[in-house]
Design a protein around this ligand. Structure first.
Ligand code: MG
Length: 380
């Protein structure tokens, strides 16, 4: 039985995690649930899953939620509330699936409290990968990936010697605009971008898939999670999203992890690791799959990979700056304030104006994040 705290229970990953919990009935218990502001959904989930405690990030909803919770469920609020949940004595695993930077401090608190950390929020490793992995080593806790690509690489690396790895190959669907020309990309709309070919995800991450910033963020995450230099993290476009990522070894042998695309696989593996459990997800029938194809990403058309490699190689506060500028540019594009290619332009400009600080603590990273948001907002 694993006791799990789920931070971000009403989002896309959160809902998939609840499906996993239903599948693992009796082997996974949700002891804490946290949402940003969805009082109705959190109340419903609290009644269904009977956690010991819940937290709502947006403090103004706290009173309403408290009134509506079943008896005996503790209610916390704000960032302190998330930290409270992340350090619950009952918790074995803290799964962080909060969009944005709010997951950073709870993730570090979970590590320091000796909890296994399962990471779905990209920001944690992108912004503070060095600090998070250093703290995890210091406290002897495991950091498990929940993203499909990183879970794939994690599974391919199990039992291998790190020195035998030549490079990691992250697969990318290529997004809905893979076949568009540079000229056509100038005129795509948010509605076009939200029609993702293979994965059904939240809006921000779907736009990030169409710019390839999602893959850029994943490159930086992979670098920290698996302790490799940026030059050993590569991307290959694989539109069918069946091969979730691969590891190439020194002898030229490549291991891949495959399944039909469904986030329940990587979520479940983070919970049951190192064992596996049966579930209700349909098995992959290889005879019914489309042909699997692989392409080199077009760095000229999609500059996000180049910017991410630059940010990851520079390190320090630069990845946080890239992430923050993108977080401002994406809604600006969705609200029609900037055109699609201006998402990359904005991020590139903010990065070029940034003086990198080599951060040993969170403060300079949070400060760089704040600065980059302001700079990006001026440009949008
Ligand atoms: Mg992914």
């Amino acid at each position: 039985m694993k006791n799990v705290v789920l931070l971000g229970c009403t989002g896309s990953i959160g809902q998939s995690t609840l499906k996993v919990a239903a599948d693992l009935n009796g082997q996974m218990r949700l002891v804490g649930l946290a949402a940003r502001s969805s009082v109705d959904a959190l109340e419903r989930q609290a009644r269904e899953w009977k956690p010991k405690a819940v937290a709502i990030y947006d403090e103004k909803h706290c009173a309403t939620l408290k009134d509506r919770l079943p008896a005996g469920v503790k209610c916390h609020a704000g960032l302190d509330g998330l930290v409270e949940l992340a350090t619950m004595p009952e918790a074995d695993i803290v799964l962080v699936a909060i969009v944005g930077t709010a997951g950073l401090q709870p993730a570090l608190a979970a590590i320091r409290a000796g909890k296994t950390l399962a990471i779905a929020s990209k920001e944690i490793l992108v912004m503070a990968g060095e600090i998070v992995m250093r703290e995890a080593r210091k406290h002897g806790v495991k950091v498990l990936p929940v993203d499909s690509e990183h879970s794939a690489i994690f599974q391919c690396l199990e039992g291998r010697h790190p020195d035998d790895v030549r490079r990691l190959l992250l697969t990318a669907s290529g997004g809905p605009f893979r076949k568009k020309t540079k000229a056509e990309l100038a005129h795509v709309t948010a509605a076009d971008a939200l029609r993702h070919p293979t994965w059904n995800m939240g809006n921000k991450i779907t736009i990030d898939s169409s710019t390839l910033f999602n893959k850029g963020l994943e490159m930086i995450e992979a670098r920290w999670l698996f302790g490799l230099g940026m030059d050993r993290v590569d991307v290959v476009v694989h539109p069918q999203s069946i091969v979730h990522s691969m590891v190439e070894f020194l002898d030229g042998s490549v291991l891949a992890q495959l399944s039909v695309p469904d986030m329940r696989y990587p979520i479940q593996y983070a919970i049951t690791h190192p064992r596996r459990q049966p579930n209700t997800i349909p098995f992959t029938d290889f005879t019914k799959l489309p042909p699997l194809t692989f392409e080199t990403p077009d760095a000229e058309k999609f500059p996000a990979l180049r910017l991410a490699r630059e940010a990851g190689t520079t390190g320090g506060t630069m990845p946080a700056v890239m992430n923050a500028a993108n977080e401002i540019a994406v809604p600006a594009f969705m609200n029609g304030k900037i055109r699609f290619p201006q998402i990359w332009e904005t991020v590139g400009k903010v990065m070029s104006r940034h003086q990198t600080v080599h951060a040993r603590t969170l403060e300079p990273i949070i400060e760089a994040d704040r600065w980059a948001r302001e700079e990006a907002a001026k440009l949008c």
